[in-house]
Design a protein around this ligand. Structure first.
Ligand code: ZN
Ligand code: ZN
Length: 397
């Protein structure tokens, strides 16, 4: 067994021939560039690219396999430069009705072992989605139906950013996943926490005590890959091994979740859409203290406090450690040029955030950069919580 790093939620901005896939994502974010970035810059060994059901992306994958640097393996996944296993995935928005009869929508991460499987999935889903070429489109079915299609194509389903206010199960569809998935709930091996929550939040909900937690970047640009990631213990890099880790089978497991402080996320606390500010107060905040408006965007922290059914946040035995990390782009005083130089000097962001000593960084980059990175690493920064779609902010103590 050995340790590998995985980021399982990476978007594609444009296809190689410049067709839009995820309109809000960067143009440079295409299949080949993601593979290179993971190997050269990020030190990621398993990458879940979740816009692979788009026929334009499928074309790119076919070309990528033709040029000889990458190949599919029997256990599932595409191996690139013998260092990276790319898992083909698709993010699907499902249409749900909650316990009060209100409609909501939720994002689902669907992962597949082979190109053949995701092609079959793409064909099937084009019956349920208006524009299959675009990312994260809304399907006319619920997740209860979607999971059957995913299984038929040999895939697995993981609820995405499970608590975010607009597009998630707990955020706006239900208080319990079991009500959505019913007898199929056991077929869900994991949930994705999302940037605005961490393990301690999710462990307040008892039905999650049997599920694995994933921390992924949801990257819309190359630099944001691996702002959250997972450390896994596996025998090899493949789809099959990844699924075993999610299920805690045969010694395969998640060893650690590396994530941002949830306060840095865009939806941590409740935000007033009239006053355009986070609303202070003890969670759950559901009404604005200044203007009394209920026109709010619910914070993830507030939502969890509202729907939790456990008083303590005691984690189940198998739950790995959640390691807080502050991505370089959030560290005060680090501009694009400085980050570029850091990466050129020290290879990967992971290396810089977790391994290098103060002296190593100082020798190459000077005292100010070194002290900021080390202060961020040691949690010696003040964080103002994010909300309403605006990231949290960091100031040095
Ligand atoms: Zn999403
Ligand atoms: Zn207000």
């Amino acid at each position: 067994m050995y340790e590998v790093f995985a980021d399982m939620h990476i978007h594609i901005g444009r296809s190689e021939n410049n067709k839009p896939i995820k309109i809000t994502a960067a143009r440079s974010l295409n299949f080949a560039n993601i593979a290179k970035e993971c190997v050269n810059r990020k030190g990621i060994n398993i990458a879940g690219i979740i816009d692979c059901a788009s026929p334009y992306v499928i074309e790119d994958i076919e070309n990528f396999l033709k040029n000889g640097e990458a190949y599919e393996i029997k256990d599932g996944g595409i191996i690139y430069k013998d260092k990276l296993c790319i898992i083909l995935g698709s993010e699907i928005e499902t249409s749900e009705t909650n316990e009060d009869g209100k409609t909501g929508s939720a994002h689902n991460l669907c992962y597949f072992p082979s190109l053949k499987d995701i092609k079959a999935f793409s064909t099937e889903m084009s019956k349920h989605i208006k524009n299959i070429t675009l990312s994260s489109q809304r399907a006319d079915i619920s997740a209860y139906e979607l999971i059957d299609i995913v299984k038929k194509c040999n895939g697995i389903l993981v609820p995405a950013h499970a608590f975010t206010p607009h597009k998630s199960f707990y955020g706006n569809c239900t208080q319990r996943l079991e009500r959505i998935f019913k007898e199929k709930y056991k077929d869900i091996p994991a949930i994705e926490l999302g940037l605005s929550s961490d393990t301690s939040y999710a462990d307040k909900i008892s039905e999650l005590s049997t599920k694995t937690f994933l921390t992924n970047s949801d990257a819309h640009s190359l630099p944001k890959i691996a702002r959250e990631y997972n450390k896994l213990q596996l025998e090899d890099i493949s789809f099959k091994e990844f699924v075993k880790a999610l299920k805690n089978e045969d010694g395969r497991k998640i060893l650690a979740n590396y994530g941002m402080d949830p306060k840095l996320g865009k939806y941590n606390r409740t935000y007033c859409e009239i006053c355009k500010k986070n609303i202070p107060g003890d969670a759950p905040v559901t009404v604005c203290d200044s203007c009394d408006s209920r026109n709010i965007t619910m914070g993830v922290y507030d939502r969890v406090e509202m729907i939790k059914d456990k008083k303590d946040t005691k984690s189940p035995e198998f739950r790995p450690e959640y390691v807080y990390q502050i991505p370089l782009t959030f560290v005060p005083g680090l501009g694009g040029k400085t980050i570029e130089k850091l990466l050129d000097t020290f290879d990967t962001e992971m290396n810089i955030l977790h391994k290098l000593s103060y002296d190593d960084i100082e020798a190459a980059m000077g005292e100010k950069v070194a002290s900021n990175i080390v202060a961020a690493r040691e949690g010696k920064m003040n964080i103002t919580a994010g909300g309403g779609g605006v990231y949290g902010k960091i100031t040095k103590e």
